[in-house]
Write a protein that binds this ligand. Structure first.
Ligand code: SF4
Length: 410
């Protein structure tokens, strides 16, 4: 049976098993882009901070330029040693494997301020390698609605809650437009980032609105503004929810974006309804797929993507073993590719089932099987990741671009 080799194999292993805390990882955090999730020391684990929490780096860079998301895990066999001067090394306790690594740096813009004194780090911008993510309205209305006692937010989402992180961006619930000042601050950040680091992709994202048309209006405003400011010609992707057909055409007519990425997240209607209740209720599974089909008609094959969460369906509540989950996800990959839509799979740890001794093993088995099978499906339908949309330098939780690069090199 074929399996992953080289950097993609290392990446999947480290993504699935995480990294445990060491002083070296703590040292690396002082000069690296900080992780969205702090490290949480498990009970009994040596905690040199004495606080139970520590800042850790966000992304590892291997020597061949592969990006790996750092996930803290006190039980992991992987740890980091070294320092900035001598270099860092990632070590597997079991095999003794040692990989020289670096970390995504803390670029100067992250500690700079806008002309009116707001930290640029709060201006609705984030980078992942060479991708600039613009998110000036992150608050998602699905967090505000409940049906039958159940929140409408996506089960895996930890970032869309409208809270103090959205207040400074001037986002007000019920208001569709983005404040002009917010856009201007974001533009200052965009120019600073482009002057300090290489950006090859811009990705427009934001929290969802329960009214897809209003969400489309917000994204039209954002995309028009970004088009004006993007004097660098960096390709732009629309990462909204599934929009009405006429709005998809509007984006094309005005040449506002180069790519479309409506995230279906989960193949199969029952799983979609469970994992993404808000998307299911306010847009609907079939309509989501129709919108992707419209986008292919309007933008063309190779320009329409859909991010999928991969692994969350291994949560015990769904009753799936990893082989079955992989088979279902591959069925989805085939169906989407048949329609000219390119899915992209981000690894997501299932919240439940951690007491199982094979917890990490089954995630890995699933993710490897999915990606190997999906690589064949992309070939069958002659679909390729456009380097303008995404590449191995920004894919930190996905391995499609790493696999394609490895194959091209071979
Ligand atoms: S649509 Fe889902 S994933 Fe996106 S912000 Fe809302 S809850 Fe989170």
């Amino acid at each position: 049976m074929k399996g992953l080799k080289g950097s993609p194999a290392l990446k999947v292993q480290v993504m699935c098993e995480g990294i445990r805390y060491t002083d070296a990882l703590g040292r690396a955090a002082t000069h690296s882009m900080p992780n969205f999730y702090p490290y949480r020391f498990k009970q009994g684990e040596h905690d040199p901070t004495g606080k139970g929490l520590a800042t850790i780096p966000y992304l590892i860079n291997t020597r061949d330029g592969t990006e790996i998301r750092v996930l803290g895990n006190g039980d992991s066999p992987w740890h980091v040693e070294g320092d900035r001067e001598q270099g860092y090394v990632l070590i597997d306790d079991r095999s003794g494997q040692r990989e020289p690594v670096g970390f995504e740096p803390l670029d100067p813009w992250m500690t700079h301020k806008t002309s009116d004194g707001m930290p640029l780090a709060q201006a609705g911008l984030q980078t992942h390698g060479d991708m600039l993510v613009i998110n000036v309205a992150p608050g998602c209305e699905y967090f505000l609605h409940k049906h039958d006692g159940r929140s409408m937010r996506c089960a895996f989402c930890a970032y869309g809650a409208p809270d103090e992180r959205t207040a400074h961006l001037g986002q007000v619930t019920g208001q569709v437009g983005i404040p002009q000042r917010t856009l201007e601050r974001m533009a200052e950040g965009l120019h600073a980032i482009v002057s300090q680091t290489t950006i090859r992709h811009i990705y427009l994202v934001g929290g969802s609105l329960t009214d897809a048309r209003k969400e489309g209006e917000r994204f039209l405003q954002l995309a028009r503004f970004v088009k004006r400011e993007n004097r660098y010609g960096i390709p732009v992707a629309l990462g909204s929810g599934a929009l009405p057909d006429d709005q998809i055409e509007q984006f094309r007519r005005e040449q506002l974006v180069d790519f479309v990425c409506f995230n279906l997240e989960m193949w199969s209607e029952p799983l979609f309804a469970k994992v993404c209740p808000g998307k299911n209720r306010y847009v609907g599974y079939q309509r989501w797929i129709e919108a992707l089909e419209t986008a292919v008609r309007v933008f063309g094959r190779g320009r329409v993507y859909s991010a999928m969460v991969a692994g969350i369906e291994l949560d015990p509540e769904h009753g799936l073993e990893w082989q079955e989950a992989a088979r279902l996800a591959l069925e989805g990959a085939e169906e989407l590719c048949r329609r000219g839509v390119i899915p992209i799979y981000s690894l997501m740890w299932p919240p439940g089932g951690k007491e199982r001794p094979d917890y990490h093993e089954r995630i890995r088995g699933y993710f490897e099987a999915l990606n190997l099978g999906y690589s064949d499906i992309r070939k069958k339908y002659d679909l390729h990741f456009s380097p303008g949309f995404m590449c191995h330098r920004c894919a930190y939780m996905q391995i499609e671009c790493d696999l394609d690069r490895q194959e091209a090199a071979a």
